[in-house]
Design a protein around this ligand. Structure first.
Ligand SMILES: [Zn+2]
Length: 181
């Protein structure tokens, strides 16, 4: 025969008739009295369920993020817009500064050569002809010193190339480059 546990009914009765406040107080006292026991129980529970807890936390984090994003759509898109704008300005400023450096000038110059179809006959990605262009102080044809584009002398530095094959030939002053065609 199963012996009925009356203490269970007694506890149930207590719980049933307790108001919310009373229940809170009861729980508080229970926790206070059993602090050490609860602590130990929690500690063991955490050790035994490490993986489960981690999984749960991950899931919770994901749900929370989803809910947060949904609730803050406008704020997030506003922030993204602001970031993009600032970043665009920053990139522009950065590019401007970079274009002034030797590496920037090189990349810009070679970019122009590429766009104009100039072919580097050494096939070394313009390295040697850029070096030649950079260090050339006098026209390889007439020997004049180079001028600056727009100074009226027509002696600025040019990359002379074969117009049929686009192959680079010489670094020349503008006048010699025109004469050669
Ligand atoms: Zn010349």
């Amino acid at each position: 025969m199963i012996k009925f546990d009356y203490s269970y009914i007694f506890i149930l009765n207590i719980i049933m008739v307790m108001t919310t406040e009373e229940r809170k107080e009861y729980n508080r006292l229970y926790r206070l009295k059993n602090q050490e026991k609860i602590k130990e129980y929690n500690r063991l529970y955490r050790i035994e369920n490490q993986e489960k807890i981690k999984e749960y936390q991950k899931e919770y984090q994901k749900e929370y993020q989803k809910e947060y994003n949904l609730k803050n759509q406008e704020k997030i898109s506003e922030r993204q817009k602001e970031y993009n704008l600032k970043n665009k300005e920053y990139q522009k400023e950065y590019q401007k500064e970079y274009n002034k450096t030797p590496a920037g000038i090189k990349s810009y110059t070679i970019g122009n050569w590429r766009a104009n179809g100039l072919i580097d006959q050494f096939n070394d990605n313009y390295e040697s002809i850029y070096e030649r262009y950079l260090t050339s102080t006098n026209c390889e044809e007439c020997g004049c010193e180079y001028g600056i584009y727009g100074d009226g002398g027509g002696r600025w530095k040019c990359m002379d190339h074969d117009h049929k094959t686009n192959l680079f030939r010489n670094v020349l002053c503008h006048t010699c480059n025109l004469r050669r065609g």
